[in-house]
Write a protein that binds this ligand. Structure first.
Ligand code: HEM
Length: 423
């Protein structure tokens, strides 16, 4: 069994905000108990998978390790019981690709897979570049100081995914707020109760309220796109068919919600974390500035470094063995992507931020059947932003301490104050 203190750290949103406790906890686990059970008060016991090879194995065996059978994010016994009571026995408040297994997963994924393929994203690149230039100009207009997280990193990927989805610009602040409420439900500055983290009932009421707001919004959008289909993602979801039938209502709403949340928050966190790392590593900044061919390396390294998705859960569908341990049918497994991305068996000097790192075989986008649908879009957005920003950014340093979100699922920096020179 995993030591109590370490088990408590990995479920603690504050530990992710502090960053170092998480790095230390997973380093210790990889060394001493790379696959073991965590028992934390209030939670069902769960296996913690820390080595990259084991994470990949679980993800690849997606019939043996299901997404949908239990909650896909770590949740307390009490919250799980309440969600099931609300959702007619289902452990999920939404039903997106993440909560599905085959055959639904393959069918629903096929619907938009082509849309997110690299060759289909190419025509979007000119427009993304225009948006990126706009944000670089806005950053320059700040003078010599800004909060890169709030002024650039949160807003640029938001604008891109909202255009892709078909949400008008005027509604972007609302989408950003709802996303931050959802992923920041444990962060007193971001959640819906503003200032407090309440009990389970309060937390669930908050999340339900956020989901209801999203659903009200996307219901209207569905009606509109059924009447007037366009070339956007919303039109595909609204008019799509699975085996000759329209998408289920919960499934359609969840499709919009995942695109409207995971589609920007992750890229924003990575971008904010990248600039934070560059500001603290002038030698790395100099390298990538002098040699734009390293932008690709900067992107992969910042995704590895930041790893904005901190975990997903899987459930064993049969008794099996993993890394020499016996896993029973119904067991719950916590896949730690940050740990996989610091694995000493895969990376030399994993705690160094190194834009020249090759190869860089990270698992920040997951692996296997559920591998991130938006990975090519995320990479393209980041490449275009760095191509526009780096030539104009002469110097950058931190202008006070950066701050991270309190969350254990999807999170990253919430404030990156910088001082900079730009032309
Ligand atoms: C799934 C990370 C950007 C949409 C995932 C998963 C991870 C992830 C770890 C789970 C994979 C698994 O279970 O194996 C990231 C990171 C991003 C990013 C690090 C940016 C740096 C995006 C973008 C979109 C997106 C831009 C755009 C819509 C999705 C969807 C899924 C997903 C729909 C569910 C796929 C499935 O279950 O089949 N992402 N993501 N992501 N991501 Fe991303």
């Amino acid at each position: 069994m995993i030591a109590k203190e370490i088990a408590e750290t990995i479920v603690d949103p504050k530990a992710y905000a502090a960053f170092q406790p998480i790095e230390d906890a997973f380093r210790a686990l990889r060394a001493d108990s790379p696959l073991d059970v965590a028992e934390v008060e209030g939670f069902d016991p769960f296996w913690v998978v820390t080595r990259q090879a084991d994470i990949r194995e679980v993800e690849l065996k997606n019939e043996l390790f299901h997404n949908g059978d239990r909650s896909t994010v770590l949740t307390t016994i009490e919250a799980d019981r309440k969600v099931r009571a609300m959702m007619g026995g289902s452990p999920h408040l939404v039903r997106s690709l993440v909560q599905m297994d085959n055959p639904d997963h393959a069918n629903y994924r096929r619907l938009t897979q082509g849309y997110f393929a690299p060759q289909n994203l190419r025509p979007l690149e000119d427009r993304v570049r225009e948006i990126a230039r706009g944000f670089v100009d806005r950053m320059a207009a700040h003078g010599d100081r800004c909060d890169f997280a709030k002024d650039v990193a949160f807003l640029y990927p938001l604008h891109v995914i909202m255009e892709v989805l078909g949400v008008p610009e005027a509604d972007e602040p609302r989408m950003l707020k709802l996303t931050q409420e959802l992923f920041g439900s444990a962060d007193p500055e971001l959640n819906r109760s503003q200032g407090q983290v309440g009990d389970t009932d309060q937390a669930l009421a908050n999340i339900q309220g956020t989901v209801a707001d999203f659903i009200a919004y996307f219901n209207e959008m569905t009606e509109d796109r059924r009447r007037n289909p366009r070339g956007d993602l919303a039109s595909i979801i609204a008019n799509g068919q699975i085996e000759g039938q329209p998408l289920g209502h919960l499934e359609a709403m969840s499709y919009y919600i995942i695109a409207a949340t995971a589609g920007h928050d992750t890229t924003s966190s990575t971008t904010a974390g990248a600039l934070w790392a560059l500001a603290e590593n002038p030698a790395q900044f100099k390298k990538v500035k002098e040699d734009p061919s390293l932008i690709k390396g900067l992107i992969e390294e910042s995704i590895r470094w930041e790893t904005p998705v901190k975990h997903f859960m899987r459930t064993a569908t049969e008794d099996t063995e993993l890394a020499g341990k016996k896993i029973a049918k119904g067991d719950w497994l916590f896949l730690s992507y940050p740990s996989g991305n610091r694995d000493e068996a895969v990376f030399d000097n994993p705690y160094d931020f190194d834009v020249t790192r090759t190869p860089n075989k990270h698992v920040a986008f997951g692996y296997g059947a559920h591998v991130c649908l938006g990975q090519h879009l995320g990479r393209m957005e980041m490449r275009v932003l760095w191509e526009e920003l780096l030539p104009r950014l002469e110097s950058v340093e931190m202008d006070g301490p950066g701050r991270r979100m309190e969350a254990s699922f999807v999170c990253g920096p919430k404030s990156v104050p910088i001082r900079f020179k730009m032309h």
